[in-house]
Design a protein around this ligand. Structure first.
Ligand code: BGC
Length: 907
C-alpha cells in the first residue's frame, strides 16, 4: 500500500474555480499520510472534459504521464488548449518513497472564464433617472423549452451587486465583484446556477434578478467624503450561459429587455450605513408570475473596449460567522445598547414583530463611555447608522445588504418595548481565506493576544488588506499590508487573496516606478501631496509581499508577475538617491513622510528608514531575479545592495556600533531593528548594535517604542541575536506601551495605538484611533516561528525548522500551520525538568528539529533512544527527519534554556 493519498486538489489556489483565464492553470494537491518518511517520488495528472470521461479514460485533455518529481504544487497544465467556458475534470496519482502508486485522488475540476473580449455578450445596463434608490432592482424573466445541463452566471458591476434566480441567491458572496482601480480593471465572478435554473422543472418561466449599489465605485471612499471617484453611474453586466443536453447554448444577458425599479433600500453606503423600508418591498418581484408592467425599461450601452474585464482571483467576501450579544442595557429612554463581546467587521441581523412603519435605528460603535453610552467619535465621518422600517407583516428578519461597520456595540432605538437579548445577531464579514493555523500556550493573556490578532486580521482582510474597518478610511494601506503579511500567513491561507491584491498593487504603480501608499489608489485622496507616491515601508510592499508569497507558498509565478514592477521601484530609489543614500525626504517633498508611524515618543529619521528599505529592496529584487533565473539582474541588484549597504554604514553607523540619522542624536529601537534585520551592520559591529538595541529597550524600562515600521522585526531580531529573554520580557509586559496593555484595558482586537483607550482616561486622540488595526499584531509571526518554533528553511516549507525557544515563564505552547504540503505541528510542554515535544512534519517535506535539551543522553522518541543527533547547538540537540509525527522527551532545565537563549546566535 502506498504511504500517500493525494487530497485537497486545487487549481490556482482555489477549490473548483469557475473562471480561470490563464492557458496553463497551476494544479496542486497535498498528500495525506501518517507514515514516517512519506515522500512523493512521482506523479501523474490526468485531465478530461468531464468527470465521466476522466473515469472512463476517454477524451483526455492532458495526461502528464508519470513524472519523476516530488513537486505537488503549482504544476502547470500542459494539455490541449482550453477554450472559454470549457470545463476540465482532473485527478492525480502519486508514487511514494518506495515507488508504490497511490490510489487515484477524488475528481476535482475547474472551468475556464471568458478569455476573449469578443466573447462577452450583452450590454451594460443601468436604471433611468426615475429610479431614485441607490440600490435599484433589475429583473428579466425568460422561458426555457428544454432542460439545462450546465448553467453558469458571469456577472460584474460598476458598483456592487447581488443576484438571484427565481428568488434564490446565486451565491453567498457579499460586495461582489470587489474593489479594483475600476478605470483599469473590472473583475467578474462566475457561479454554477444549474440547480437554481432547474428547480422549477424543465420548462417554463424563470427570473434572473439583481440589485446594484454604489459600493466603492460610486459611494464615498476615504476621509474626504468624496464619492463618484470612478464614475457617477452604477451599471450591471450579466451573462447567463445555459447549456442543454444536445450541446446547444441559450444566452440570457443584460440588455434592453430588462426592467428596473426602486428597491426597499432607500440608500446604502459603506461609510454611512443603510436605510431600508420593509414596506416598500415589491412582493414576488424576483419570481415568475410577477407583473412588472409598472417597472422601467433599463438603459443599455455597449460593453466597449475598456477597462480590462477579468475574473476575480481571490476569495469572495462572505458571512464568516455569527456572534450573539453578551449583554444589553438601557442607555437612554427608548435606546438600548447591545454588547457583542468582541469587536467585529460586519453588521447585525435583527428579528422583530412591530407595527407597520415602526422605525428601528441601529448605531454602531467600538467602545462605550464610562457612563455606558455609545462612543463614536473615532468613526469620524463614517456615521455607521442602519435604519429599518417595518412592513408590519408579522415576524420580520432584516440584515443590511450593502454596508458594513467596525463595531462591538450597537445602540438600538425605536424598538417597540424592550428588545430581548437575541433581538440582534452580529454577522462577521470578511474575505473567506481558508483557516491555516492555530496557536495556544500556557499564558491566557498571550492566548488572548493571539485571538485578538486573528480577529483583527479577519476584520481587515475584507476584499483588500485594509488598515481598519470602522472609520472613514478602510483603505488598502500598503505599509500595513507589508508589515503584517507574514503574520497573516500563519493563521490563514491568504495566497489567493494576495494574488488579487498584488494585481491591484501593480495597477497602482506610478509611471516613475513608485508604489503608492494605498492600493487600489483612490484618485484625489490625500490633499496636496496625495497618496500616489508611497513613503518607504509603504511603497516597499511592492517587493516585500511578493517575496513573502514566494517564501511561504513557493509561488514563482507571483514573483514573475511582480518582477518588472519590483525592478522599476528599486530603480526609482536608485535614481533618486545621492551617493547611495535615499534622501527623497529632504529633496523631494512630493509625498507624505510617515516615518516609523505611531512610534512612541521618539523620531526615527526618515533618511535612515528610506535607505534601509532601499537596500533591502535591492536585496529582494536580487533574490527574485535569482529564483527566476535572471542572472544578469541578480548580479546587478546584488551589487546595488552592496553599494547601498556601504553607504548606509558610511553615513549612519559609528565606529562603536551606534546608529544615528544625519540630523539627530536620537537612537531608536527601530533604527537598530532595521539595520540588524536588513543585515546592514558590519559583522564586527553586530554584537555592539544588538547591545545598543537592548540598551534602547532598557532605557524605556523594558518597553517597546517602535511604530508600524520597526515593530514586525522587534521580536525576531532579538531572538535571532541571542536575546530571546528580552523578547519574552517585552511580550509579557502589561504596562503601556506593550502588546498586553490593551488587553488589560479590555481589548478584543489589536488597536492602532497602544494607549487607544485607558480605563481611567478614556480614548486617546479620537481623530485617529482605531480599535481594529492589525499592524501591531505583526508579533504573531514570532509566536509561530520562535515560541512554538515553526519556520521555513526552503520556499513553501519544503524544508522547515522546528526550534521552540522556551522562555518567558511559559510551560506549554502549541502551533499548527497548514503549508502547501500539509499540516505542521509543534507542541511542547515542560514540567519538573522534563520536556515533551510533539512534532508533525507533513508528507513530502523534511525538517530540522531542534530539541531544547542540553542532555542528549536523556533524549527519547516514543520512549526509545533516538539515534545520534545530527548536531548540537547551545541548548539544543538537532535532528534531521522526514515526514511523520514524533514524540520527543528529554531532560529540560529552564536555567539552561535561558542561558542558551542568550548565547545562541542566529542560525
Ligand atoms: C492609516 C494607517 C496608515 C497611515 C499612514 C493611517 O490613517 O490608518 O494604518 O498606514 O495612515 O501612516
Amino acid at each position: 500500500m502506498s504511504s500517500l493519498t493525494p487530497v485537497a486538489l486545487a487549481c490556482e489556489y482555489l477549490e473548483h474555480p469557475l473562471a480561470i483565464e490563464r492557458p496553463d492553470p497551476r494544479l496542486s494537491w497535498r498528500s495525506d499520510s501518517a507514515a514516517r518518511g512519506a515522500r512523493q517520488t512521482a506523479y501523474r495528472v490526468v485531465v478530461a472534459k468531464t468527470g465521466a470521461d476522466l473515469l472512463a479514460g476517454r477524451s483526455l485533455l492532458w495526461d502528464s504521464g508519470r513524472i519523476e518529481s516530488d513537486a505537488s504544487a503549482h504544476i502547470h497544465y500542459a494539455g490541449t488548449p482550453l477554450a472559454s467556458f470549457q470545463r476540465a475534470a482532473w485527478r492525480v496519482q502519486v508514487w511514494d518513497e518506495t515507488g508504490v502508486a497511490s490510489p487515484w485522488s477524488a475528481v476535482a475540476g475547474w472551468a475556464m472564464g471568458i478569455l476573449k473580449r469578443e466573447e462577452w455578450r450583452g450590454q451594460w445596463i443601468h436604471s433611468p433617472a426615475q429610479v431614485s434608490s441607490n440600490s435599484p432592482y433589475f429583473r428579466r424573466s425568460f422561458s426555457l423549452d428544454k432542460p439545462v445541463t450546465d448553467a453558469r452566471l458571469y456577472a460584474t458591476a460598476r458598483g456592487i451587486f447581488l443576484a438571484w434566480i427565481n428568488g434564490r441567491p446565486v451565491s453567498d458572496e457579499q460586495f461582489a465583484p470587489g474593489w479594483t482601480d475600476y478605470a483599469k480593471r473590472l473583475l467578474y465572478r462566475c457561479h454554477d446556477v444549474t440547480a437554481l435554473v432547474n428547480d422549477s422543472g424543465a420548462a417554463g418561466e424563470r427570473v434572473l434578478s439583481a440589485q446594484i449599489n454604489d459600493g466603492w465605485y460610486k459611494g464615498p471612499v476615504g476621509w474626504e467624503g468624496k464619492a463618484h471617484i470612478w464614475g457617477g453611474r452604477c451599471e450591471l453586466l450579466m451573462l447567463l450561459r445555459l447549456e442543454h443536453a444536445d450541446g446547444t447554448v441559450t444566452w440570457i444577458v443584460s440588455d434592453d429587455q430588462w426592467r428596473t425599479a426602486n428597491s426597499p433600500v432607500l440608500s446604502s453606503t459603506f461609510l454611512k450605513g443603510e436605510l431600508y423600508d420593509g414596506g416598500a418591498e415589491p412582493i414576488g418581484w424576483d419570481r415568475a408570475g410577477f407583473d412588472a408592467k409598472g417597472w422601467h425599461k433599463v438603459n443599455a450601452t455597449a460593453i466597449g473596449d475598456a477597462p480590462i474585464l477579468q475574473a476575480h482571483q481571490g476569495p469572495p467576501v462572505r458571512r464568516l460567522s455569527e456572534v450573539k450579544p453578551v449583554a444589553r442595557w438601557q442607555a437612554r429612554p427608548g435606546s438600548w445598547i447591545f454588547d457583542l463581546g468582541e469587536n467585529i467587521a460586519g453588521r447585525v441581523r435583527i428579528r422583530l414583530r412591530a407595527p407597520a412603519g415602526t422605525t428601528i435605528r441601529l448605531r454602531h460603535g467600538e467602545m462605550v463611555t464610562p457612563d455606558r453610552q455609545l462612543y463614536v467619535d473615532n468613526l469620524r465621518t463614517a456615521t455607521s447608522i442602519d435604519v429599518f422600517t417595518a412592513a408590519g407583516t408579522g415576524e420580520e428578519i432584516w440584515e443590511p445588504r450593502f454596508t458594513f461597520h467596525g463595531f462591538q456595540y450597537v445602540e438600538v432605538a425605536g424598538w417597540p418595548g424592550e428588545p430581548p437579548l437575541d433581538a440582534i445577531t452580529g454577522i462577521v464579514l470578511g474575505s473567506d481565506c481558508p483557516a491555516a493555523g492555530s496557536f495556544t500556550c500556557s499564558d491566557p493573556m498571550i492566548d488572548k493576544l493571539y485571538g485578538n490578532i486573528v480577529r483583527t486580521q479577519r476584520a481587515n482582510y475584507l476584499e483588500v488588506p485594509t488598515d481598519c474597518p470602522q472609520r472613514d478610511e478602510r483603505l488598502g494601506w500598503t505599509g500595513d499590508a507589508q508589515a503584517y503579511i507574514r503574520t497573516a500567513i500563519c493563521s490563514r491561507d491568504i495566497a489567493a487573496f494576495f494574488t488579487k491584491w498584488l494585481q491591484d498593487l501593480r495597477d497602482a504603480q506610478n509611471a516613475d516606478g513608485t508604489f503608492p501608499n494605498i492600493a487600489p489608489q483612490v484618485p484625489g485622496l490625500g490633499g496636496v501631496w496625495g497618496l500616489e507616491r508611497g513613503d518607504a515601508a509603504w511603497a516597499d510592499a511592492g517587493t516585500i509581499c511578493p517575496l513573502t508569497m514566494w517564501r511561504c507558498y513557493a509561488d514563482k509565478d507571483i514573483l514573475a508577475a511582480m518582477f518588472p514592477a519590483m525592478v522599476k521601484w528599486v530603480e526609482y530609489c536608485d535614481r533618486t538617491a545621492i551617493e547611495g543614500i535615499n534622501i527623497r525626504y529632504h529633496r523631494d517633498k512630493q509625498f507624505i513622510v510617515f516615518g516609523d508611524w505611531l512610534q512612541v515618543d521618539c523620531w526615527t529619521p526618515p533618511e535612515v528608514i528610506m535607505t534601509a528599505f532601499y537596500a533591502h529592496g535591492a536585496k529582494l529584487v536580487a533574490e527574485a531575479a535569482e529564483v527566476l533565473g535572471k542572472q544578469a539582474e541578480a548580479t546587478r541588484f546584488r551589487e546595488l545592495h552592496e553599494k547601498v549597504k556601504k553607504a548606509f554604514q558610511r553615513e549612519f553607523v559609528k565606529a562603536d556600533g551606534t546608529i544615528l540619522g544625519k540630523r539627530t542624536d536620537d537612537e531608536t529601537q527601530t533604527i537598530y531593528l532595521l539595520a540588524l534585520h536588513f543585515d546592514l551592520v558590519p559583522a564586527a559591529l553586530r554584537a555592539a548594535a544588538v547591545e545598543k538595541l537592548v540598551a534602547c529597550i532598557a532605557a524605556r524600562d523594558w518597553h517597546l517604542s517602535t511604530g508600524f515600521v520597526g515593530l514586525p522585526y522587534l521580536l525576531p531580531v532579538l531572538s535571532a541575536n541571542g536575546r530571546t529573554d528580552v523578547a519574552y520580557r517585552l511580550l509579557n509586559t502589561t504596562t503601556y506601551p506593550s502588546w498586553l496593555y490593551p488587553i488589560t484595558q479590555g481589548a478584543t482586537t489589536i488597536w492602532e495605538r497602544w494607549n487607544g483607550w485607558k480605563k481611567e482616561e478614556g480614548p486617546a486622540d479620537p481623530g485617529m484611533n482605531s480599535y481594529s488595526h492589525y499592524a501591531y499584531g505583526a508579533c504573531g509571526e514570532w509566536l509561530f516561528s520562535d515560541v512554538a518554533g515553526i519556520d521555513l528553511l526552503e520556499p513553501g516549507f519544503k524544508r522547515m525548522r522546528i526550534r521552540p525557544r522556551i522562555g518567558g515563564g511559559l510551560t506549554r505552547a502549541e502551533a499548527t500551520h497548514r503549508c502547501i504540503h500539509g499540516e505542521i505541528r509543534s507542541s511542547w510542554t515542560h514540567a519538573q525538568g522534563a520536556l515533551t515535544l510533539v512534532v508533525t512534519v507533513p508528507p513530502n517535506t523534511s525538517a530540522e528539529i531542534w530539541i531544547p535539551t542540553s542532555d542528549t543522553a536523556s533524549l527519547r522518541e516514543a520512549g526509545k533512544p533516538w539515534p545520534t543527533p545530527a548536531r548540537h547547538e547551545p541548548g539544543y540537540a538537532v535532528i534531521e527527519t522526514g515526514a511523520g509525527t514524533y514524540v520527543f522527551t528529554a531532560a529540560f532545565s529552564t536555567t539552561a534554556a535561558t542561558t542558551s537563549a542568550k548565547s545562541a546566535s542566529a542560525k
